[in-house]
Design a binder for this molecule. Sequence first.
Ligand SMILES: Nc1ncnc2c1ncn2[C@@H]1O[C@H](COP(=O)(O)OP(=O)(O)OP(=O)(O)O)[C@@H](O)[C@H]1O
Ligand SMILES: [Mg+2]
Length: 203
Amino acid sequence: MKGHFVSFEGIDGSGKSTQARRLCDYIKKKLKRDCVMVREPGGTPEGEKIREILLDKNSKLTPESELFLFLASRSILTSRIVIPALKQGNFVIADRYSDSSLAYQGYGRGIDLEIVKNGNRIATYGIRPEIVFYIDIPVEVAMKRKNYSDRMEKEDFLKRVREGYLKLAEKYGYFKIDGTKSTEEIWKMVKAAVDDLIGGEEI
Ligand SMILES: Nc1ncnc2c1ncn2[C@@H]1O[C@H](COP(=O)(O)OP(=O)(O)OP(=O)(O)O)[C@@H](O)[C@H]1O
Ligand SMILES: [Mg+2]
């Protein structure tokens, strides 16, 4: 049985975790296959510590140090969890992966995209998701789903990130989904794409 790797991308509140969880349930229950769900930053004990630093409001990070922390977490996650799981023929679902760095640290924080790409190459050991599900949602809609203390700053930042994602989606052929649709409608599209990906394999 062949291993598979897909990721979910999109701005905060776009519905990534909702769909990633649903897909994992589907893989396990309906397809009777093991599903490995990983989240970024985090997914390993060391990665979870890095996550704490990244999410701590008192952390005074530079855009570059933020990039390096994400890459450090990704490198550990990829080598210890993702690659071994794929070798065992498991289905791996990433709730954010390398494309998040291009959108957030590249477009959002203004780091040269070539630098981010090179960092990703090191941190991922060259592996790429077979499908990048990009859930596109206007920033205003996403902001309504979440509570932020620093709304104005967050809104400007997320607008840059979304614009970035839209450009990346064109360039890299993400599976783009309208995130304002219902969770059910979105799920149907995700399911169809995954059925297509594994179609014909022995389950
Ligand atoms: N299609 C949808 N329509 C309306 N609400 C949704 C939809 N999908 C998810 N939600 C709701 O929006 C909120 C954010 O969803 P979710 O946590 O899946 O997003 P996320 O992309 O993982 O966010 P984060 O980047 O912050 O982890 C949740 O309250 C969820 O129930
Ligand atoms: Mg989430």
